[in-house]
Ligand binder design. Structure first.
Ligand SMILES: [Zn+2]
Length: 331
């Protein structure tokens, strides 16, 4: 791809012009959604759905039950996904075709319409910002634009689904998992007010959905289910370890070192995949940090194993090192 590995850094979706990732471009030539997005949305959907089990009742009106043991397991897996997002911005999603459940389809469409909202708004930016934006929102350099694009995205999605009322629940859950992905990216990103943006944006989206429901364009039931998913997500965030998230790269190197040498190319394959489809700089920074920590404890057998695997991976990938920058990152 012209422009190198990092064109789509950190993008759940973006507008691309001349190979540069631009959050808002008046003359954007393409809206790009990385291939990893449906996989992420599906993973998040499954994790949020996991604790909900069928009621122990034959009554068709009986509510789904929340299983605490399944919730605990899902929260552990959520930590692994967050760790993966933090370190690589990539998720292994081997069964991509299975990812397209209705909520994921709706989530991807919402992301697409949201980006389209940026394009539309950029075309009419000589107009004033809408009057529903509060003063504190207008003071932020990004939030008003995101909210305007969100409003456009939700309107388009509800318009599209208005004749499919039985799909209104997955449509609203799709919006929640799309915003959930944004919240996860904000969580692993730098500290600051932007961490709160997904909450403020989702609250707005719920307000608009409620308004749409009074006009018959959305259903109360869909809003209730979507709210439950959103609240579950924040209960997961609250359960995350404060110190640090699990490191997928360290697990890969550590587990590979315990396997026969003939299997070690698997580690090179993963490294290559994470660099190509995820955030190469983050992967290389994490690799360097793991290498430095292992060097500091080189009398430890496990640390030596990790160093040997790193050495192997660098040699195994040397033919593409110019593009990958592995040895430069470790200098
Ligand atoms: Zn946006």
């Amino acid at each position: 791809m012209q422009g190198g590995w990092d064109v789509l850094d950190g993008a759940a979706a973006g507008l691309v012009r001349k190979g540069q990732f631009l959050g808002m471009a008046a003359a954007a030539t393409a809206i790009v959604i990385p291939i990893s997005t449906p996989g992420y949305l599906h993973a998040l959907f499954q994790l949020l759905e996991a604790p909900m089990v069928n009621p122990d009742s034959s009554d068709p009106q009986a509510k789904m039950r929340w299983d605490p043991a399944r919730a605990k397991q899902a929260m552990g897996e959520f930590g692994l996904v967050l760790g993966m997002l933090e370190e690589t911005n990539f998720l292994d999603a081997p069964h991509m075709d299975d990812a397209w459940v209705p909520a994921v389809t709706a989530g991807v469409r919402f992301i697409y319409y949201h980006e389209l909202g940026h394009v539309v708004h950029a075309q009419v930016q000589q107009l004033e910002m809408p009057c529903w934006l509060e003063k504190s929102e207008l003071e932020d350099p990004h939030l008003p634009f995101e909210m305007v694009a969100d409003q456009f995205g939700l309107s388009m999605l509800l318009l599209e689904f208005r004749r499919h009322r039985h799909l209104m629940i997955p449509a609203m859950v799709g919006v929640v998992i799309a915003m959930g992905l944004t919240a996860m990216q904000a969580y692993v990103g730098p500290d600051g007010p932007a961490r709160m943006h997904p909450i403020r944006r989702m609250n707005r989206l719920f307000d608009w959905a409620k308004k749409a429901a009074t006009l018959g364009q959305c259903t109360d039931e869909a809003i209730i289910v979507a709210t439950h998913f959103w609240n579950s997500l924040y209960s997961y965030f609250a359960a995350m370890p404060e110190a640090s998230l699990p490191s997928p790269l360290f697990s890969l190197l550590r587990q590979t070192s315990q396997r026969p040498r003939s299997d070690w190319t698997m580690a090179s394959g993963h490294m290559l995949q994470w660099c190509a489809y995820g955030n190469r700089r983050r992967v290389l920074t994490a690799l360097r940090s793991i290498r430095d920590q292992a060097l500091a404890r080189a009398d430890d057998e496990r640390a030596r194993g990790v160093l040997e695997v790193i050495d192997f991976v660098v040699k195994d990938l040397r033919d593409i090192d110019d593009a990958l920058g592995l040895s430069t990152a470790l200098e």
